[in-house]
Design a protein around this ligand. Sequence first.
Ligand code: TYM
Length: 328
Amino acid sequence: MSKRVFSGIQPTGTLHLGNYLGAIRQWVAHQDERDNIFCVVDLHALTVPEAVDPGALRAKSREVAALYIASGIDPERSAIFIQSHVRQHSELTWVLNCTTPLGWLERMTQFKTKAEGRESVGMGLLDYPVLMAADILLYDTEIVPVGADQKQHIELARDMAVRFNNLFGETFVVPEVTIPPAGARVMGFDDATQKMSKSAKGSGHAVGLLDGAKQIKKTIMGAKTDLDLEFRPEHASAGVLNLMGVLQAFTGEPLDAMAARFEGTGYGYLKGEVYEATMEALTPIQARHKELMGDPAELDLVLARAAERVGAIAEGTMARVRKAVGIG
Ligand code: TYM
């Protein structure tokens, strides 16, 4: 039996190169050898209610699903669905809420960062990792391929599964996280001390997967490097290392070989190669995405079929959970 994979992306902001290199690309690379479920996590998008525009959220969810397909996820082989279409995600979240100590959630780095400096924080933001654990545990998931920033959440999902199994008997499979060898943490092109993020403002920060060639060129060629005029591997700054990491994620070239090749050249050469590699990957994705968005009825059919198929798996797990805890 091939291993069950589950992963997802939030339909907020603009998907960027970090989402592609950290997540989507590894999903595509291992698609054939695994039993895949890929989700557009619209319930997670509600955790920042002030950023939610109802019409836009629905459209964005579709756009993200189309990006999965355009990037090479084949809906005939892998399930692509929208989280809110399978109601068991919310039901399992409640049950897991009741077995999860508050302290586990308060310790999460992402919660602390997002809550910092805000006067009032929604419960959803604290509960975010519980919903994420429900996503994973509902499908007896064995492998969760994500970028480095999600590792702590997957470890928490493991702890939650083990705790539940101890309390109520063997119910959940304990999942493993996988992080890609390169591209697991792409940093902002304007400031390589900040992770590339969907919510960051400023045009020089991220390369959006649907950005035009001109915009992509501007962002990459404008990336912050350092004050030297040419590449000096022994004191490469965070910005230079980020560009090298992105290029490595695309080409697989070892960093020392890359450093030797660029030594003494102007940074324009390195940036030029990053631009070329990015365009080579994104051009066909953008063309296919445009086609898919032109046929929303077909896309909705694909999403509905997948929700029905994975919904049956989710219901099977929920039936076990209800029996284990004595509800339903
Ligand atoms: P999200 O939407 O923030 O990001 C989606 C995926 O992209 C990866 N990623 C990055 N990788 C490299 N460099 C970056 N700068 C970068 N930014 C984001 C993330 O690690 C992630 O893999 N909570 C999740 C969504 C989720 C989920 C799940 C994932 C909900 N339920 C269950 C796995 C399993 C999230 O917010 O991802």
